[in-house]
Ligand binder design. Structure first.
Ligand code: SAH
Ligand code: SF4
Ligand code: F3S
Length: 450
C-alpha cells in the first residue's frame, strides 16, 4: 500500500506539545508516517491554543493558507483540535467560515482521532465531535516523543483556579490526577528508552491529589520518581504560589534529581490587582515564599510569568510590579500584554487599559527584567556546571547546546581529545562545562575534560 503522511502544527504550551505527541503516536499506529512538508501530507492537523488573542489570530491565518493546499489536493484531510475547539463561538466560526475543515475535536476526546478518521472515510461526511467535559483519564495511548533524551510527563490535567483573565479552566476542564503507578510506569519506560530528564506537567502541580494512600500528593510523587534508577533530572511546570507547600520546599532538599529551578508565575506585583485576578496571594506573601525557597535551596533559579495591563491596573499598581521584580530578582520572566478572553470574568470588566498604555508599561517591564537576567547570567561566568547536551547549536557552527541544572541555556565548545580533535557529543550526554561568558538570555562555555 502506498505510504500516507501526516503533518501536525502545534500552538500553545507544553500540554499541547505533549498532546501532539499522542496524536502522532496514534497516526503512526495507523500506518501514517510524519512529514515536515505540508504539501506532502494526507492528514494535516492543527492543535490550537486560546490563551491570548494572537494565538487565535495565528490559527485563523494558518487555516486560510491551508485552504489553498486543500484546493490543490482535495483528498487532504484537515483536522483541528486543542483548546480553541472547546469554545462554542470558535466552533460556530469554523462551521460558518471554514466549513471545508474535515475533522473537529477537542482536548477531552483527543483519543478519538483514529475513530473520527475512520468515520470520515466510511460516512464521507465531516466529523465534528467536541466533549464539553472529560470522561476520566485515558491511559495507555501511544505517543511519538519529540526527543530521545528528555520528555514531558503529564501528572494531572485541567485547572480549578479560575484566575479571572484565563481561558484554560474552560478549555481543559476540572482538575484530575493520574495514578502514581501509571506515572511511574511511564517514567521507567522512558528511562529504559534513553530519557535522562523528565518534566512533570500540570496547570498547578501542587494540586496533584491522586486516590492513593502511599503517594497522596506532589512531594510524595517527587520522592517516588527520585528513586527511578537511570533517571538524571526531574523538572516540573507549573506550580501556583498560593498552594506551594512546605512539603515541596522540603522535597528540593531531599530529592537530588530535582533541578534547582522553579517557574513560579506571579502575574502582578500589586496585591489589589492580584485580588481582582483571583490569584489568592498578596505581594508580601509571594515575596515571603521566594525567601523561604531561597533559604532552603540557595542556588535555586526562579522564573515567572507577568501580565501587564490587566483591567483597572493603575500606574501605581504597575510600579508595584516593577518593585516586586527588583526585589525577587528573577532569572527570567515571560511577560504578556493582557489579552481579553471571551467567556472569562475579566473580559467583562469595564476599566480595560488602552493599548498604548499597556505597550508603554510592557517596554519598561521588559527592560527591568532583561537587566536582571543579564546580571544573573554574568554571575555564572567562571562556574562549572553539569550540562545536558541537546545536540549541536543551530546558530553557531562547532558549538553544542544544552541546559544547566538551573535551566539556563548554554552554547559550548566541546573539549579536545588527546589528539587535539574535539570530542564529539550527542544529545543526552551529560558534560561538565565551564561558563566563559554570558548574554541576556544564554551562557557561553567550554566543556571540561575530566
Ligand atoms: N497554569 C499556568 C499558566 C498557564 S497560561 C499557571 O497558572 O502558572 C501561561 C501564562 O499565560 C499565564 O501564567 C499568564 O501569565 C498568561 N496568560 C494567561 N491568560 C492570559 C491573558 N488573558 N492575557 C495575557 N496573558 C495571559
Ligand atoms: Fe489559568 Fe490560573 Fe489555572 Fe494557571 S492557575 S491555568 S493562570 S486559571
Ligand atoms: Fe496551553 Fe494554550 Fe491550552 S497555553 S492549555 S494550549 S489555551
Amino acid at each position: 500500500m502506498e505510504q500516507k503522511f501526516f503533518y501536525i502544527l502545534t500552538f500553545g504550551c507544553q500540554m499541547n506539545e505533549r498532546d501532539s505527541e499522542t496524536l502522532a503516536g496514534m497516526l503512526e499506529e495507523r500506518g501514517y508516517a510524519r512529514t515536515e512538508d505540508r504539501a506532502q501530507a494526507d492528514v494535516l492537523l492543527i492543535n490550537t491554543c486560546s490563551v491570548r488573542e494572537n494565538a487565535d489570530k495565528k490559527f485563523f491565518g494558518t487555516l486560510g493558507l491551508i485552504k489553498k493546499l486543500k484546493e490543490n489536493k482535495p483528498a487532504l484531510v484537515v483536522g483541528v483540535c486543542g483548546c480553541m475547539m472547546q469554545q462554542q463561538h470558535i466552533i460556530d466560526t469554523i462551521k460558518s467560515k471554514y466549513s471545508w475543515v474535515d475533522i473537529v475535536f477537542g482536548t477531552h476526546n483527543l483519543h478519538r482521532l483514529p475513530q473520527l478518521l475512520d468515520n470520515l472515510i466510511a460516512e464521507k461526511k465531516k466529523q465534528r465531535e467536541v466533549w464539553p467535559e472529560h470522561h476520566g483519564i485515558e491511559e495507555g495511548l501511544p505517543a511519538h516523543r519529540q526527543h530521545s533524551f528528555k520528555a514531558y510527563v503529564n501528572i494531572m490535567y485541567g485547572c480549578n483556579n479560575f484566575c479571572t483573565y484565563c481561558i484554560v479552566p474552560y478549555t481543559r476542564g476540572r482538575e484530575r490526577s493520574r495514578m502514581p503507578e501509571e506515572i511511574l510506569k511511564e517514567v521507567q519506560g522512558l528511562v529504559a528508552s534513553g530519557v535522562k530528564e523528565i518534566t512533570l506537567l500540570g496547570q498547578n502541580v501542587n494540586s496533584y491529589r491522586p486516590e492513593s494512600a502511599e503517594v497522596p500528593d506532589f512531594p510524595a510523587l517527587l520522592r517516588l520518581l527520585n528513586g527511578v534508577e537511570g533517571l538524571q533530572r526531574i523538572r516540573f511546570m507549573t506550580s501556583h504560589p498560593k498552594d506551594l507547600s512546605e512539603g515541596l520546599i522540603q522535597a528540593y532538599k531531599d530529592c537530588e534529581k530535582l533541578c534547582p529551578h522553579i517557574h513560579l508565575p506571579v502575574q502582578s506585583g500589586s496585591s489589589a490587582v492580584l485580588k481582582r485576578m483571583n490569584r489568592r496571594y498578596t505581594k508580601e506573601q509571594y515575596i515571603d515564599l521566594v525567601g523561604r525557597l531561597r533559604e532552603a535551596v540557595p542556588n535555586i533559579a526562579i522564573s515567572t510569568d507577568i501580565i501587564v495591563g490587566f483591567p483597572g491596573e493603575t500606574e501605581e499598581d504597575f510600579l508595584e510590579t516593577l518593585d516586586l521584580v527588583n526585589k525577587v530578582q528573577y532569572d527570567s520572566a515571560f511577560t504578556f500584554l493582557y489579552s481579553v478572553r471571551k467567556g472569562t470574568p475579566a473580559a467583562e470588566y469595564e476599566d480595560q487599559i488602552p493599548e498604548e498604555v499597556k505597550h508603554e508599561r510592557f517596554d519598561r517591564l521588559v527592560e527591568a527584567v532583561n537587566t536582571i537576567s543579564a546580571e544573573k547570567n554574568r554571575r555564572k561566568v567562571g562556574q562549572t556546571e553539569w550540562v545536558l547536551c541537546e545536540g549541536e547549536s543551530k546558530t553557531d557552527a562547532g558549538l553544542f547546546t544544552g541546559r544547566t541544572p538551573d535551566h539556563k541555556l548554554i552554547n559550548f565548545l566541546p573539549a579536545a581529545g588527546p589528539d587535539g580533535q574535539p570530542i564529539s557529543l550527542k544529545e543526552g550526554d551529560l558534560v561538565q562545562v565551564e561558563v566563559t561568558s554570558s548574554n541576556t538570555f544564554s551562557l557561553v562555555g567550554k566543556a571540561v575534560t575530566l
